[in-house]
Ligand binder design. Structure first.
Ligand SMILES: Nc1nc2c(ncn2[C@@H]2O[C@H](COP(=O)(O)OP(=O)(O)OP(=O)(O)O)[C@@H](O)[C@H]2O)c(=O)[nH]1
Length: 399
């Protein structure tokens, strides 16, 4: 079976035709290889379904078998809205850490209030453990922390408030695990054929956790770091998701590949986004998904197909699971299913600004063995921060 036929079977020919991948793509492949063209968007890349205009506030929907329209940057209309300049990325968590308290006092401050009592009774230790459990630290890590603190306070006699605080900081940082590799794989890769491919980041998670918002914020992080980005709106389930994503992209001049049909095949859109990123020489392609969690088999089908189709064009650099930090144990259950189905490489914990349950960072890493790489600390466009263990714990301690 030749490569094209195999690919069409994988995606599903009828759906492809419906979103406009079919004819144009097949014709191009049959007509001979299309050399990838490293460079910037606007260099003449071609994709079957995308209409790319980085300056457009909302990108026009693709039409069946439409040729791509790429608006050259030099010919952008004079009235195009000014692009926003995202905030620098370095030090974001330190700047935003005041938001970690949620509506109450930070977890660390509550622990310190008990630890600084004159004589710690059994009830005090129980209270400490309960505080950790209520902050979603998880039973195992909570018990470990209490045991360590008891030893230090009772046996080694650590009593002076500054020393107790330093001890708590050290133990919490160890639980969050500063040794984990939290870097995002966003560098383009060179395939076995010697050709350059964009880094492809697939963003998964149940509805409402903040996937689309996170993709939009992450695009800004990457733009701030000087990367060229293409967005893929493979959340074809929710009608407004593609529009929402295109708006995020347009604010920073990032094109969005989307279908003009609600309910289009997400795998076809994901494929087109990666193909567009490849053809235009983009550094990174971010693919948003719907990831409805009706059942594991359905999810496996949908995400499995998206992953198969993407990896025919470029290797998958990251699968980021977006979890809503306010959902506690339920979020952990979801995380388990996604980790099994999609091979998650990093966690994005959103809405940490809306909760005093920052301990979920510890629990989710323990549960999945996957690092938290980014955290969402608000609804603002630059309220997404690379995770850093020490800055996070300092936020929990209310420093
Ligand atoms: N407070 C707060 N709100 C957030 C954060 N991240 C996302 N949100 C909000 O969460 C809501 C849902 O976000 P979406 O990005 O639409 O969620 P989604 O996962 O794409 O949802 P579906 O498309 O339905 O699957 C929006 O109101 C966001 O503004 C965050 O870090 N903090």
């Amino acid at each position: 079976m030749n490569e094209t036929l195999e690919l069409l079977l994988a995606i599903g020919l009828p759906t492809l035709a419906a979103v406009g991948v079919g004819a144009a793509f097949v014709a191009r492949r049959r007509g001979g290889p299309t050399p990838p063209t490293p460079g910037r968007p606007g260099d003449g890349g071609r994709a079957a379904t995308a209409v790319l205009d980085p300056a457009a506030p909302a990108l026009a929907a693709p039409t069946a078998a439409a040729a791509v329209e790429v608006a050259p940057e030099a010919e952008a209309p004079a009235a195009a809205p000014a692009l926003e300049v995202p905030e620098p990325v370095v030090g974001r968590l330190a700047r935003l850490r005041g938001r970690l308290a949620g509506s109450g006092s930070p977890l660390g401050a509550r622990l310190l209030a008990v630890l600084s009592r004159d004589h710690l009774t059994e009830d005090d230790w129980d209270e400490l453990e309960e505080t950790l459990l209520l902050a979603d630290v998880g039973a195992g890590p909570s018990a470990e922390l209490i045991a360590d603190l008891r030893t230090a306070v009772r046996v080694a006699g650590v009593r002076e408030p500054a020393a107790v605080r330093a001890l708590l900081r050290e133990k919490l940082i160890a639980l969050v695990d500063p040794a984990l590799d939290r870097s995002l794989a966003t560098a383009p890769v060179i395939g076995a054929d010697g050709l350059r491919r964009p880094a492809v980041l697939l963003v998964v998670g149940v509805n409402g956790t903040g996937k689309t918002t996170t993709v939009g914020k992450l695009a800004r992080v990457l733009v701030a770091q000087g990367s060229t980005v293409v967005l893929g709106a493979a959340d074809t389930f929710r009608a407004a998701a593609a529009e929402q994503l295109a708006t995020w992209g347009a604010r920073v001049g990032v094109p969005t590949v989307r279908s003009d049909r609600d309910g289009a095949d997400p795998a076809a859109v994901a494929f087109d986004a990666v193909r567009t990123g490849r053809d235009t020489g983009a550094d990174v392609v971010l693919v948003d998904t719907a990831g409805r969690l009706q059942n594991k088999a359905g999810l496996m089908d949908e995400l499995g197909k998206i992953i198969r189709v993407i990896t025919r064009e470029a290797p998958l650099s990251e699968v980021l699971l977006v979890l809503d930090a306010t959902t506690g144990q339920n979020g952990l259950n979801q995380a388990r299913v996604f980790a099994e189905v999609a091979g998650v490489t990093g966690i994005v914990l959103t809405k940490l600004d809306g909760t005093a349950k920052g301990g979920i960072v510890i629990a989710v890493q323990r549960e999945l063995g996957v690092p938290v790489k980014l955290i969402g600390l608000g609804e603002g466009p630059d309220d997404l921060a690379p995770f850093d263990a020490a800055a996070f714990v300092d936020g929990l301690l209310g420093d």
